[in-house]
Design a protein around this ligand. Structure first.
Ligand code: ADP
Ligand code: ADP
Length: 231
């Protein structure tokens, strides 16, 4: 089974009214285990809508969403939430770390919610923080961290439960080039070593070129495309 299958996804806002906006019109995508795919979309093309549907945060009007072989299209809220917590990791440009908890606790908590023992959860959290070079900040709360450090902690939190699918929106958007590289390398390592599948929305052609393939979102559909946005 692919890690994620989107099949003929349609989504409109204000459906059935004069203000209807048709965003996705038969968008399909197969994301295999162990591959990183760049998602390239002009602003307003429906990237957020697509990521929310793929991440089971929103539902499609039509089409199928299959995560790790399980068809989630008709699943109820409880099943969608369980799947999201277990098998899907999100990274957004604006991360919401829990302000009253330290960096390491922010990475431990999702694991505890998933039934992982405390000592094991902490060990994994520290390994992840080390991979992206913020382990020396493990005991600090988010407010004491720089934006780039917070973003790296958010990356670790998304990876905490070793999700089968990672959905990322400009995951290195506001990092300096060296740090951006480190986070991207960590992401690719998790893809290669854990067989994770990553769908990474980015406007950065250099980043896109380092992934396995590029998918373009335009006119409500997804198409395989060239690495260069100009082509
Ligand atoms: P992107 O992330 O590519 O910028 P979005 O998925 O956020 O695009 O939005 C796609 C289109 O749908 C845009 O035209 C946007 O204005 C519209 N849209 C998004 N959310 C809503 C909403 N809740 N109600 C109405 N229109 C929306
Ligand atoms: P929690 O276990 O904290 O209750 P949820 O089950 O609500 O989390 O969500 C699981 C994942 O989905 C988390 O990584 C969370 O950051 C993300 N998430 C939840 N709701 C939204 C949203 N509206 N927009 C973006 N990400 C969300």
């Amino acid at each position: 089974d692919p890690a994620l299958l989107l099949d003929g996804i349609c989504k409109s806002y204000n459906r059935g009214t004069p203000a209807e906006v048709r965003v996705l019109q038969g968008a399909s995508l197969t994301l295999r285990k162990g591959e990183a795919v760049a998602l390239v979309a002009p602003s307003g093309a429906g990237k957020s809508t697509l990521l929310h549907i793929a991440g089971l945060l929103d539902t499609a009007d039509a089409g199928r969403v299959v995560v790790g072989g399980t068809d989630m299209s008709a699943a109820g809220d409880a099943a969608r939430t369980a799947m999201r917590r277990q098998d899907i990791g999100f990274i957004y440009q604006f991360h919401h770390l829990l302000p009253e908890f330290s960096a390491v606790e922010n990475v431990v908590l999702p694991q505890r919610a998933n039934g992982v023992r405390g000592s094991e959860a902490e060990a994994r959290a520290l390994t992840l923080l080390k991979m992206v070079g913020v382990d020396h900040r493990a005991g600090h709360r988010p407010a004491a961290l720089s934006g780039g450090e917070q973003q790296r902690v958010a990356f670790c939190r998304a990876m905490a439960n070793a999700p089968g699918v990672l959905l990322a929106d400009e995951p290195t958007g506001n990092l300096d080039p060296a740090t951006s590289d480190q986070v991207f390398e960590a992401l690719m390592r998790l893809v290669r070593e854990n067989g994770m599948a990553a769908l990474v929305a980015t406007h950065n052609p250099a980043l896109a070129a380092r992934m396995d393939r590029v998918i373009h979102l335009a006119e409500g559909q997804l198409r395989d495309g060239p690495f260069s946005p100009a082509a």
